[in-house]
Design a binder for this molecule. Structure first.
Ligand SMILES: Cc1ncc(COP(=O)(O)OP(=O)(O)O)c(N)n1
Ligand SMILES: Cc1nc(C(=O)O)sc1CCOP(=O)(O)O
Ligand SMILES: [Mg+2]
Length: 201
C-alpha cells in the first residue's frame, strides 16, 4: 500500500527538512554523483526514513540499495536493461517501474512490479521527455489496464493536479519541482499532505 503523496528528492538534506512535514513515501533520486557519495546518501536516507516511519524508494541504484539494506527500488525502462530482476527479487526488494507507452507497460507488467508509474501526466520542467503529456484520461486507462497493481502518476503535478490524478484512479501522486523549487518547500509539502489526504478516491 503506497501513500497517496510520493515525494522525490535529490539529497538527504531535503529529508531532514521535509520528513517532519508528514511525508510517508519518498524516493531518493540522485544523478551524477560518485559511488561513495551515493552510498553515504542512501545509507543516511534509510536511517532517516526508518526513524520517521517513512517508506524509502531508491532510484536507479538497485545494487547499492540491496547492500545498504533498503527494501524498495525504482527502475526506468533503460535501468531494466542493466538490472538483474532475479537478484532484486531474491533480495526481497520491492520494485516500481516507469512506463510511458503500451510497449513499456507490457514490459513493466512482465516483471510483476510492486507499482507502475505513468508519466509525464502534465508537462514537466525537470527533464527532457520524449513523450507528450499523457493527460488525465490516460491515467484512467492505465489503472483499468493494470488492475490491482498500484499506479503512481508523475510529471508536472501540483496539489490541485494530484487531486485530479487520484480521482482518475492513481494510487499515489509523485512530485519533484512543485516542492523543491517552491519558495517555501516545507509549507508546500504540508499543502501536499493535506491535499492528498482529502481528495481523490
Ligand atoms: C515514481 C517515478 N516515476 C518515474 C521515474 C522516472 O524513472 P526513469 O525513467 O528511470 O528516469 P530517472 O528518474 O532515473 O531519470 C521515477 N524516477 N520515479
Ligand atoms: C523523473 C520523472 N520521470 C517522469 C516520467 O514520466 O517517467 S516525469 C519526471 C519528472 C517529475 O518531476 P516534476 O514533478 O518536477 O514534473
Ligand atoms: Mg532511472
Amino acid at each position: 500500500m503506497l501513500d497517496r503523496f510520493y515525494l522525490i528528492v535529490d539529497s538527504t538534506e531535503w529529508l531532514h527538512r521535509l520528513l517532519p512535514q508528514g511525508v510517508r513515501l519518498v524516493q531518493l533520486r540522485i544523478k551524477n554523483k560518485p559511488e561513495d557519495v551515493l552510498r553515504t546518501e542512501i545509507a543516511e536516507a534509510r536511517a532517516l526514513c526508518e526513524d520517521a516511519g517513512a517508506q524509502l524508494i531508491v532510484n536507479d541504484y538497485w545494487q547499492i540499495a540491496i547492500e545498504e539494506g533498503c527494501d524498495f527500488v525504482h527502475l526506468g525502462q533503460e535501468d531494466l536493461d542493466d538490472a538483474d530482476v532475479e537478484v532484486i527479487r531474491q533480495a526481497g526488494i520491492r520494485l516500481g517501474v516507469s512506463t510511458h507507452d503500451d510497449t513499456e507497460l507490457d514490459r513493466a507488467l512482465s516483471v510483476q512490479p510492486d507499482y507502475i508509474a505513468l508519466g509525464p501526466v502534465f508537462p514537466t520542467i525537470l527533464k527532457k521527455m520524449a513523450w507528450a503529456p499523457q493527460g488525465i484520461d490516460r491515467v484512467r486507462e492505465w489503472k483499468r489496464r493494470i488492475g490491482d497493481v498500484p499506479l503512481v502518476a508523475i510529471g508536472g503535478l501540483t496539489p490541485e493536479r494530484a487531486g485530479q490524478v487520484l480521482g482518475a484512479g492513481a494510487d499515489s501522486a509523485a512530485v519533484v519541482t512543485d516542492i523543491l523549487l517552491n519558495a517555501d518547500p516545507e509549507a508546500r509539502t504540508r499543502e501536499w499532505v493535506a491535499a492528498t489526504r482529502t481528495t481523490g478516491r
